[in-house]
Design a protein around this ligand. Sequence first.
Ligand code: AMP
Length: 355
Amino acid sequence: MKKIDITKILASYDPKNITIATVCSHSSLQIFNGAKKEGFKTLGIAVGKVKKFYDAFPLGKPDEFFTVDDYKDIPDRSAELQEKNVIVIPHGSFVEYLGPDNFLQLQLPTFGNRHVLMWESDREKERMWLEGAGIDMPQEIRNPHEIDCPVIVKYHGAKGGKGFFIAKTYEEFERRVEKDKPYSIQEFVMGTRYYLHYFYSPIQNNGYAMKKGSLQLMSMDRRDETTIDEVQRLGSIAELEELGIHPTFVVTGNIPIVMRESLLPEVFRMGEAVVEKSLELFGGLLGPFCLETVVTEDLKFKVFEISARIVAGTNPYISGSPYSEFIQPDLSTGRRIAQEIKFAVKHKQLNEILS
Ligand code: AMP
């Protein structure tokens, strides 16, 4: 989608009357709550029918619902949403269910740089970006015959880790792999997982200084994944595998966490490098993003994935996190997004944070 379209759409908007919208799922309660705190109108795009549970959460419920039969109908209804001065906040489910092509073509101003999707969803490009930024990633094993350490096999585009499995030998890999699905094989990194939630602003200088703008660390979480995170209740993984019971990596929730303070310089170094490289490669990663990491026993980070928008791991921090509390009390990532839009409206810089 060309930037010019967004400029045109924005020209028709009343900047004093912006509505913040997202699809009712994933981190929508947080996004609506944050937008309301910053004085915006909110609109929830409900697929199918409006979910009743929003009534139970008045401070997270959008002011208005906009119902569509299917995600795929959203692009066709863009004109109606434009009339409501809508700015869309994309989240993982939004992009996943709408589909990358529809998302890229959506005729609505969208928070962040949507072209990041091309770099994030293609594993080769993602590696080029992150390793190019000097980030250490788990080794990729191209030839399964060369498996000589525990590996994790990931199917491309798998939702929430579905179908991923661990193999320790070629034979084990061969027994379990579904060859008709594209996959990649990664060294299984032993250590503890930290999912780091950053916010990069190209227009505000209120954090860790960057060449342009600044970087903030909003929070961290650890994902709760079934069945791997609880499987030991039934016996050792080796015992269970003998019975044909294999652990899975399906995300069911998120657990708050803080890190040794001495690791924070490296957290910022990595965030900075990833943003600077993104500016060089494709015009920059804007707003919230997440580096998914494992910290090894020698206190080194390995980054196995990047998520270039708000992640559900920020949901435990509606009223702030042990990090965002040092920025401003009561600051969620959803609220930080709304603040960025508010600042850009005030300084006539919306074009710099939307695409
Ligand atoms: P992903 O879809 O890449 O986020 O992976 C799903 C889950 O698999 C992660 O949340 C981790 O628990 C686990 N995982 C992914 N890659 C690795 C790796 N290289 N080493 C260890 N665990 C991993």
